[in-house]
Every structure is written in structure tokens, then in C-alpha cells.
Design a protein around this ligand. Structure first.
Ligand code: TRP
Ligand code: SF4
Length: 408
């Protein structure tokens, strides 16, 4: 089975180059290696923008068009809309029952965002709880990897704690011990002894090697039993029981995910601050060539270069950061030399960036134009993805309800 990747984005409307380089580019790559779920986190947008109903609706499909334009392939990735899946809200509610308030108050983004978004009243229950909603988004798909920016690490960490606590509280329900024994009895005597040995080693020393060996053994036997190569039959539940027992806890009803941080080059905005549509300093993925040219020609440069004859320092210039992402070595050397010696002018320096950005956008603009001409197709892609996601979300909720004793 391929490992599962899940990530979401708030609908902020048309995406800009920072979104592409910081996240989307990575998503497009991941869909070839993993089973990927990508969703529009429209409820999350409401945690801060609960007063603005129109903005969100418009932004959803603009954002999805850019995802598809960038190369997300609906045949490879499941693309869906959070608010169409009430299962997320159900899991959020159930997890909320046992989540200590302190865990949420301590999430660093909570205080940060309160500070930053002073013009909004964020003393709401939804805003405090939003990392837990994110935990539900992740756990409901039993995702292994969650590609997110560093700023979201604490949310993935919270998700892990929530999963661990859930498994501890509810993973040992009736039949846990018996289930473990029955599953293990399907292994050869040698493998049973090997499993016990690794379990003991992991319990005593926390050895990652013991954990890895034990897990590999379980997965190998599970595959053989499920395929019928070994007699006895097998279910996914039995894998969860044995892995839970190996860890010394209950059954892993919910899976602890890992954050996936990929090295990304930060692209500043036109003025050198963080690129953001709301700061008016962004180059949009779908800007046309003329707009791109105008925007980049107007970009801030090293303030020391007042006149053409004043030398500058690329390290102090946002244009340089664009070269880092968009130019080859020769061009970068040319910039370094030419800037420091006042051999080139800033407009001259910006031209290769303009050319590279326009070239990169060409396929995006073409794909986006085709999709905009067929809005129904975009809706259909999202509907279809949502139904695929629903199958997984429903199954998890069945397990969760049963584990909590809510299956009466
Ligand atoms: N909180 C994320 C953000 O603001 C978006 C998000 C919501 C998300 N749920 C998620 C990301 C689940 C990864 C996984 O950017
Ligand atoms: Fe920036 Fe290029 Fe001008 Fe140097 S020459 S200040 S790197 S735009």
C-alpha cells in the first residue's frame, strides 16, 4: 500500500508565486510517489473570516483552478472540499471532549495570530479550536505525511498527541488482549517469539531499531496472510492491534502523522516583505506577461543603488531572491558581478527574472484558461474527489465510534 499524504490550504483566491514555490510545487511532485489527498480548508477560513461570506465562496474555485493549472492531476490526487464532509466536524467534536484546553492555548500560532490580526475579534471558540479541527482533518484520513510549512509544525505535533491520547484511552476496548492473541497465533512460532522479543526491547529501551524490526515483521506477515500465501486470513484491524501492542499501548485506531517539511526557497514580495495578496506585493500565478513585466520592473532594489553608477549588494535586494529561484548559475554570477561593480542596471538585472517567470506561467495560463471556459468541469473534479474522500472518512468514523463505544 502506498503511504498516504494529506494537506490543505485555506481558500485565499488566486494563488501567487510564493504559494507555488512554497507548497504547490511540492504537492505536484508528491502525487507521483504517494496516495495524495489535498483539500480546500474552507471551514478554517471561517475561523478568522467568519464575517465575510462572499469572499470564501469565490476563492474556493479560483484556488482549485490554480492547483490544477500548476499540475495537480485529479486522476492521481484526491482533491476535495472540507465543508462537504461533515465527518470532519464529527471527529472534531469527539476529539474535543478529551482535549485539554492547555494544549490548545499553548499552540504558538494562537497567540501569534491574535497579535497579528488585531483588527479582528478572535476571542472565539472556533479560533482556539482550529488546530484541533486540523487534527481531525489529518486523522480522519490516517495520513502518514503532512506537507506543511514550518509555521504549522506545532499543529502536526498537536495532532500526534491527540492521536496518542485517543489510542491510549479507546484503543484497549473490549477484546483487545484476545484480539492480539488471535492475530499473533496466525504467525509461525518463530515469528511469534521474534515479535515478543522486539516488543520487550522497545518497551524497555524505546529502541527504534526494535520498533522497526517488529513493524516490518507484522507488515510482512500481514501481507502474506491477506494475500492467502499463509493460511488464516487477515484484516487491517489485526495489523492495528499488533502494532498497538508492539508499542505497548492500545490499538492504533488513529495514526500519528509526520510533518513533511521540504527545503523551499523563500520568495519575498515585490517590496521585500513576505509575499501576500493582501499586502499588494504579489505576482499571481495567472498574471499576464504585461502585468508581470510591470510588477517586476517596479520592484524594490538595494536602496544603495540610487544612481546607475552606484554599486549595490544583491544580498540586500529582493530581486536577487527571485534570481535564486529562477536563474541558472551563469545568470546569478552575472548579477553578483554586475551589481557589485555597477556594471549592470537594475532594469537589465530584472529582465531574466521577467522572462523566467513568464515562461513558467505559460502552461499554467493555458491550463487555467481551458478550465475557466468549463467551470462545470472544475466543480465535477471537486465533487468527484469529495466522494472519494468520503469513503475513507466514513470508514474511519465507523472505527472511531466503535472504539468509543458509540456503536449502539
Ligand atoms: N491550517 C492550515 C493553514 O492555515 C490549513 C490546513 C487545514 C491544513 N487543515 C489542514 C494543512 C490539514 C494540513 C493538514 O495553512
Ligand atoms: Fe538588485 Fe539586480 Fe539592482 Fe543589484 S542590480 S540592486 S541585484 S536589481
Amino acid at each position: 500500500m502506498r503511504t498516504r499524504v494529506l494537506s490543505g490550504m485555506r481558500p485565499t483566491g488566486s494563488m501567487h508565486l510564493g504559494h507555488y514555490l512554497g507548497a504547490l510545487k511540492n504537492w505536484v511532485r508528491l502525487q507521483d510517489e504517494h496516495e495524495c489527498f489535498f483539500f480546500v480548508a474552507d471551514w478554517h477560513a471561517l475561523t478568522t473570516h467568519y464575517e465575510e461570506r462572499e469572499v470564501i465562496g469565490q476563492s474556493v474555485y479560483d484556488m482549485v483552478i490554480d492547483w490544477l493549472a500548476a499540475g495537480l492531476d485529479p486522476d492521481k490526487s484526491t482533491i476535495f472540499l472540507q465543508s462537504r464532509l461533515p465527518e470532519h466536524a464529527e471527529l472534531f467534536t469527539l476529539l474535543a471532549m478529551g482535549t485539554p484546553l492547555g494544549w490548545l492555548e499553548r499552540v504558538p500560532t494562537y497567540k501569534d495570530q491574535m497579535e497579528k490580526l488585531k483588527d479582528r475579534d478572535l476571542a472565539t471558540y472556533g479560533f482556539l479550536g482550529y488546530p484541533l479541527l486540523q487534527a481531525a482533518d489529518i486523522l480522519i484520513y490516517k495520513a502518514t505525511y503532512v506537507p506543511v510549512g514550518e509555521d504549522q509544525s506545532s499543529h502536526v505535533e498537536l495532532t500526534r498527541e491527540v492521536a496518542r491520547r485517543f489510542n491510549h484511552l479507546y484503543g484497549r476496548g473490549a477484546g483487545f488482549e484476545g484480539g492480539v492473541a488471535a492475530a499473533l497465533a496466525k504467525f509461525s512460532k518463530d515469528d511469534q517469539r521474534y515479535y515478543d522479543k522486539q516488543r520487550k526491547a522497545f518497551g524497555e529501551t524505546g529502541s527504534q531499531e526494535a520498533w522497526a524490526k517488529g513493524e516490518a515483521l507484522v507488515r510482512r506477515n500481514a501481507a502474506a496472510l491477506a494475500a492467502g500465501t499463509l493460511p488464516g486470513g487477515w484484516s487491517e484491524m489485526e495489523t492495528e492491534l499488533l502494532l498497538g501492542h508492539l508499542k505497548g499501548g492500545g490499538r492504533s485506531v488513529l495514526v500519528e502523522p509526520q510533518a513533511l517539511h521540504t527545503e523551499v526557497l523563500k520568495l519575498p514580495g515585490l517590496d521585500g516583505a513576505k509575499m501576500s495578496k493582501s499586502y499588494g506585493n504579489a505576482v499571481l500565478m495567472r498574471d499576464d506577461a504585461e502585468t508581470v513585466t510591470k510588477k517586476i520592473r517596479g520592484m524594490a532594489t538595494d536602496p544603495a543603488r540610487v544612481r546607475r553608477t552606484d554599486p549595490g549588494d544583491p544580498a540586500k535586494c529582493p530581486v536577487w531572491h527571485f534570481h535564486v529561484s529562477y536563474s541558472d548559475k551563469n545568470t546569478k554570477d552575472w548579477v553578483q558581478q554586475g551589481c557589485k561593480s555597477a556594471g549592470i542596471g537594475c532594469l537589465e538585472c530584472k529582465q531574466p527574472v521577467i522572462d523566467a517567470v513568464v515562461a513558467q506561467q505559460k502552461p499554467w495560463r493555458e491550463r487555467a484558461a481551458a478550465l475557466m471556459a468549463e467551470p462545470k468541469k472544475v466543480h465535477w473534479i471537486v465533487e468527484n474527489g469529495t466522494e472519494r474522500a468520503r469513503v475513507v472518512a466514513r470508514q474511519t468514523m465507523k472505527d472511531v465510534r466503535a472504539a468509543m463505544g458509540l456503536d449502539y
